[in-house]
Ligand binder design. Structure first.
Ligand code: SF4
Length: 250
């Protein structure tokens, strides 16, 4: 396949299957360079500001210093996360970091669906506070970048560099698929990048406060997310779940 512009409609296969060769970034920089040259302003990175996100921001800034980065601001994140975003803005002043907020405030959500929806219907809560805002951020956009790594979970183990994203009808670019947890930390340390201090307190994966717990050493990196629910993804990386969460207002 030609490595020229690939859209949702024209996608047939990942053109970077043979990467990485001997690239120290395991193909990430080559894929990002291709993506930003081809999609230019028509690509968005949806960053959660986890440790993989910081690596990706640093790599993206090398190929597109004024790239658009979107943070899905649910209004329920740790203060440490917001502080980290400020540090990243200071370190990468040319990046266009946008805070995408849900249509409903927390108060409006409580009025319509009852208080603490995340304790009863986390899929519905994620749909309102994360999936819909990302739909808005990606509206009219050809491609988006994600920090998924294959070793993170079974559901992520088949992720390719370039993916046809049926959920958002876009191309999903995943430059870090071959990176291990150690690779990520090595890069952070080597480049003296800021990171969320909660990672040092037993939180490998950091999301909203009510749905994020510390994990025992050696546990699955996402074991602290949505504890007590049969849920490991917020819905951004799973097939369309909108039907099952629609029309369930209280
Ligand atoms: Fe709601 Fe929890 Fe999802 Fe955040 S992670 S949007 S609080 S269910």
């Amino acid at each position: 396949m030609e490595r020229n512009l690939i859209t949702y409609d024209s996608f047939t296969d990942d053109p970077f299957k043979t990467l990485p060769a001997s690239d120290p970034t395991k193909g990430a920089l080559e894929v990002l360079d291709w993506a930003y040259r081809n999609y230019q302003e028509d690509i968005v990175y949806a960053c959660s500001f986890g440790v993989e996100g910081i690596v990706l921001i640093d790599l993206i800034a090398k190929v597109k210093p004024d790239a658009t980065i979107v943070f899905l601001d649910t209004g329920l994140h740790f203060q440490e996360t917001y502080d980290l975003i400020d540090k990243i803005k200071a370190r990468f002043p040319r990046l266009n970091i946008k805070m995408e907020t849900p249509e409903l405030t927390l108060e409006e959500q409580a009025e319509q669906y009852g208080s603490a929806l995340w304790k009863r219907q986390p899929d519905q809560c994620c749909y309102i506070r994360k999936v819909r805002p990302l739909e808005k951020a990606l509206s009219g956009t050809t491609a988006w970048v994600s920090g998924l790594r294959r070793e993170q979970s079974l559901s992520r183990s088949k992720t390719n560099f370039i993916n046809k994203d049926e959920r958002f009808k876009a191309i999903k670019v995943c430059p870090l698929i071959h990176w291990t947890w150690d690779d990520v930390w090595h890069y952070i340390e080597e480049n003296e990048l800021p990171y969320n201090p909660l990672h040092d307190q037993g939180f490998p994966s950091i999301g909203c406060i009510p749905c994020t717990n510390p994990v025992q050493e050696g546990s699955d990196s996402r074991a602290g997310r949505w504890v007590g629910f049969n849920k490991t993804e917020c819905g951004l990386h799973t097939p369309d779940s909108s039907e099952k969460v629609m029309n369930t207002e209280k």
